[in-house]
Design a protein around this ligand. Structure first.
Ligand code: ADP
Ligand code: MG
Length: 542
């Protein structure tokens, strides 16, 4: 039987600890198969898409097979681009954090002298792009005589980029007694030919590309940037007001952190993951069933073993590494034909994984736009009104009525009611533990790049995140100084050194002149109406 946990694999203690630190609970399907085969010393061809966890699939066996501290490298990884070479090097460095392993990325664009120095100091694993590796080999600055294992990562990409001769040259220089592994999203015949020439009796692994059946629930995704994910999530929660939701994260560390952050912002959220004792899990699940916990933050592994009741929303805070996990996740909602919603947050780096899920499920996810702060505010008012209606129809109001009647002599009853509501804080922005709201708005560069809505225009403020500007400051200033209702204000995008705000076109001039007289967080603000031009040019760094 295939080992399905990291514990069942014969991994050394330092590797085990590093994986645990990263929060990996169990191997992905490609890891479950490849690690074993490579540790047994076989050559390997593996077919798997991006985002399936290939780096650890070869990185872990490579780390296990080398003896750190040699004069010349023992592990070699070829990658198609500088980005992938750096990513692989960083990941392997992380898996090897408890081993004194030296991992050096070698790629075009970086000074060759610098690379020469790094190589001369000694390295155990080299990750490089074929062209630059060949340069070093020709100059005699890279010796491959001690290589024990070589990996071709994203082999089809390397061939597409025209590296085939370089690759053959490099493979031809390696010791013949070595292990070779080839990872590729597709296995066209050119790859098969290459494998036939340079691999010895390879084993083959491919993660199933079978069509997956998806439950019939509404599936949406939001484009977000990594750093504003939490803000995006809270807006979605505030506007969607799910009665109960499971929020999935990739690792248990993320689950713990996210649940903490949400609880700090006043949501009824708790994590559930493999590190909790059975008693703790039972307690969390009981609270979730009783409605004392509304948001369960879980990893795939933790969720799998649980009898989780029907939820109205499944939220993928991270895109799952494995499309099958996506299907399992969203199956938690919309059971028995009931209405459910599956929401996925997608960072630019996760787009490929989303496409892969769409391919395997033959189902296109619908793109949705993040609610604006005005949407959030409007929803809060609706919720408050609904709560009030229920209270007004119930009893127990008598003692409060006495207070209102007393005050009614001096004040307008509507104002008394408003003051009473303010006491509940129901419309206040949720505050973090330290009283500082998470950096909000401006999350998706995409949303910022959208043209303003009908009748709206964007104005430009010369203050931004670096000046500690928060959406609440902007809304407050515009509402107070220009007398514009909060809900009339549209999207607010806060960048590092400026902010774009959508306001009703007819009020734009008034807002600009009012703000120009005022201060935001104690700082003078300069407003310009030329936002439309600003957008295209200054967002580039974002
Ligand atoms: P690929 O090379 O196949 O595109 P990566 O190795 O870059 O995939 O992994 C994709 C993401 O999944 C990374 O963020 C990585 O940290 C994460 N990951 C890899 N293996 C696991 C695992 N066993 N459990 C949880 N997350 C994992
Ligand atoms: Mg990769």
């Amino acid at each position: 039987m295939e080992p399905t946990t990291f514990n069942e694999m014969t991994l050394s203690d330092p590797i085990r600890r590093a994986i645990a630190d990263l929060g990996f609970e169990e191997p992905t399907p490609i890891q479950a198969q490849c690690i074993k085969i490579l540790m047994e010393g076989h050559d390997l061809t593996a077919q798997a898409q991006t985002g399936t966890g290939k780096t650890a699939a070869f990185g872990i066996p490579m780390l296990e097979s080398i003896t750190p501290g040699g004069r010349t490298p023992q592990g070699l990884i070829l990658a198609p681009t500088r980005e992938l070479a750096i990513q692989d090097a960083e990941a392997i460095h992380a898996y090897g954090k408890y081993i004194p392993v030296r991992v050096v990325p070698i790629y075009g664009g970086q000074s060759i002298e610098r690379q020469f120095q790094m190589l001369r100091r000694g390295t155990d694993i080299v990750v490089g792009t074929p062209g630059r590796l060949m340069d070093h080999m020709r100059r005699g600055t890279l010796s491959l005589e001690a290589i024990k294992m070589v990996v071709l990562d994203e082999a089809d990409e390397m061939l597409n980029m025209g590296f085939v001769e370089d690759i053959e040259f490099i493979l031809g220089q390696l010791p013949s007694k070595r292990q070779t592994a080839l990872f590729s999203a597709t296995i066209p015949s050119r790859i098969r030919i290459l494998a036939g020439k340079y691999l010895q009796e390879p084993q083959h692994v491919s993660v199933s590309q079978d069509r997956l059946t998806v439950p019939q629930v509404r599936q949406l995704y939001y484009e977000v940037s990594g750093r504003n994910k939490l803000d995006a999530l809270t807006r979605i929660l505030d506007v969607g007001t799910p009665a109960s939701a499971i929020i999935f994260t990739r690792t248990k560390r993320d689950a713990g952190e996210l649940a903490d952050n949400l609880a700090g912002l006043g949501y009824l959220a708790e994590p559930i993951h493999g590190d909790l004792s059975q008693t703790e899990r039972d307690r969390v699940m009981r609270r979730f069933r009783d409605g004392m916990v509304e948001l369960l933050v879980a990893t795939d592994v933790a969720a799998r073993g649980l009898d989780i009741p029907e939820v109205s929303h499944v939220i993928n805070y991270d895109v799952p590494v494995d499309p099958e996990a996506y299907v399992h996740r969203i199956g938690r909602t919309g059971r028995a034909g009931r209405k459910g919603e599956a929401i996925t947050l997608v960072t630019p780096g996760e787009r490929n994984m989303l496409r892969m899920i769409e391919r395997l499920t033959r189902h296109r996810l619908q793109v949705a736009h993040l609610p604006t702060l005005a949407d959030v505010a409007a929803q809060k008012r609706e919720t408050l009104k609904a709560t009030l209606r229920t209270m007004l129809e119930g009893d127990g109001l008598a003692p409060y009525l006495l207070v209102v009647e007393d005050l009614a002599g001096d004040y307008n009853v509507a104002e008394v009611a408003a003051a009473a509501l303010k006491l509940t804080g129901a419309l206040e922005a949720k505050q973090g533990k330290d009283g500082v709201q998470e950096p909000t708005a401006g999350e998706s560069a995409l949303q910022g790049g959208l043209p303003p809505g009908p009748g709206m225009t964007k104005i430009f403020l010369n203050l931004g995140r670096a000046q500690r500007i928060r959406p609440a400051d902007v809304v407050g200033a515009i509402a107070n100084e220009a007398g514009i209702a909060g809900e009339a204000i549209g999207a607010i995008d806060i960048y590092d050194n400026f902010t774009l705000v959508e306001v009703p076109a007819k009020d734009a001039a008034r807002v600009a002149s009012a703000l120009n007289q005022s201060k935001l967080r104690g700082q003078r603000v300069k407003v310009e109406l030329r936002a439309a031009k600003q957008q295209g040019s200054s967002k580039a760094h974002h």
